[in-house]
Design a protein around this ligand. Sequence first.
Ligand code: PRX
Length: 642
Amino acid sequence: MSETCHPAPAGLPDSIDRAGYEEAYRRSVADPEGYWRGEAERVDWITPFTQVKDTSFDEADFRIRWYADGELNVSVNCVDRHLATRADQVAIVWEGDEPGETRTLTYRELHRDMCRFANVLKSLGVRRGDRVTLYLPMIADAAAAMLACTRIGAIHSIVFGGFSPDSLANRIQDCDSRIVITADEGCRGGKRIPLKANVDKAVAHCPGVEHVLVIRRTGGDVAMTAGRDVWLHDALESVDDDCAPEPMGAEDPLFILYTSGSTGKPKGVLHTTGGYLVWVTKTFKEVFDYRDGELFWCTADIGWVTGHSYVVYGPLANGATTVMFDGVPNYPDHGRLWETVDRLGVNILYTAPTAIRALMREGDQWVTRHSRASLRLLGSVGEPINPEAWNWYHRVVGDSRCPVVDTWWQTETGGILISPLPYATDLKPGSATRPLPGVQPQIVDAEGKVLEGATEGNLCLTDSWPGQMRTVWNDHERFFQTYFTTYPGKYFTGDGCRRDGDGYYWITGRVDDVINVSGHRMGTAEVESALVAHASVAEAAVVGMPHEVKGQGIYAFVTLNAGEQPSDALRAALRQWVREEIGPIATPDALQFAPGLPKTRSGKIMRRILRKIAENDLGALGDTSTLADPSVVDALVADRVG
Ligand code: PRX
């Protein structure tokens, strides 16, 4: 079933239409140099570039460089350049955990806060190229902190406030941050999150950290270590309101963001200055067809890439008004999003399928008691949206009058790659539809054979786009190995994908050992290594399982050490253990004690079989005869949990 394209509302005469999209796509592929030279004009350059695209995915001359000899500053693009025309326009609407707890910040105020913050960082010794770790709630100061880093050329690494002290410590160590910025506490769903206390635990393992800069959010009591810890409000007293922006090379690092992969520890995805900014500026404007004066609300946390690109950089680079939401969709009740939409007058809402499914379950009345008249456009991101949730979002939330843009992208891609344009694309519920200009998807089979026409296989991208990640922090070899060796000469996304007869793309989910829990990436290897770190555990294997609200849940098979007895108490203790080791999002939904794991004779765990058991697809276990001990499968099937 498909929905024909929504007509552009009167008053938006210059929206991209179907012909405009087709023409832009054609040009972007036929003449990438010319196309991307023009698109870079969305951004203000300090030193104009002469080179545009300099990329190759081939091993022999592997390189990804865009606008390499140009210079610019991201904070200037996001703030200063708007001062002449919109200094008194609201840049950020902060909405707290409690409804109505709001604060607005104009571009002029944001400029002052960002400059002062940058001067504080300088006073703490932060210099161009230094890494600064942010572990913060969704407060306006978090955006000021990000921009302050970009002002002076420091590289921020934001760690989601839901991660444990251990996870935070690993990320601080990996990029050698000397400074950590946090708040006393966060507030989420009426609960306090002990951010500063978590930082204290993490920093105990990070001797390289010289200062912890603390923002007062709740006024909760926190310990301050003399000489190391500094209150932001104290430090601000002695700084200037102005801070000159550092001219940065287009290929200078902008930020690091850790994300989970198939193997090992999370990787530090590195994005650079010029290409990333061009990409998020363009995609924000075009995918959301943003208009001056509109209020844009992306519900993501800045701890994830969606928060980087579509709460902060994309909107601010366009001079938009962006909402920063420090709460959750079901607090104080299931009508929170719609109550907030009405109260603030939100025009564009961008959220995740997991939130949509969770709210859908609670019944339409939570939505329909609010008018939602201000809404013009709805967006979805983070995981495949099932058609039922898509239809509910479109019909109930959007009253069938708002287009839904289902946007496919990844931390690695910097911004949206496959998505409808709201007034140019016929929509199909569950499909991210067509690639944006400059994006060249290809579907291949397991052997790398290119599949044409209507087909299903693994999703690759055959050419670079400006917003592409440039490396894994400190591990360029891992970058190449992870993304460019499975199918030589191509970027492999890790996603499965179907293409229909109309050339529409339908992302089917990860085909690697990454689980997408509520739109958040979790590596099975990370959860496994947390489990085996427990004294009772000998071995663990983790796979994804279907979950009605989260999309995927985490199913863990655990083999205990000799002498340990399975029990409900131990199961609860192990779930709690993982929660504390990594963070609540990694908590196994199901945990099965297994006398043994299915292994090949060479000792490799056959995850295919475990996945089928977790999915309760017992008829499809396939050939088990190559297992060292096929009888373990029967025991696993008999003891399946959930
Ligand atoms: O599997 C895809 C899924 O999320 C993965 C990327 O996760 P992350 O890097 O955390 O970024 C999430 C926000 C961009 C992808 O490999 N994914 C993301 N958006 C969609 C999606 N799957 C289907 N449809 C989407 N719209």
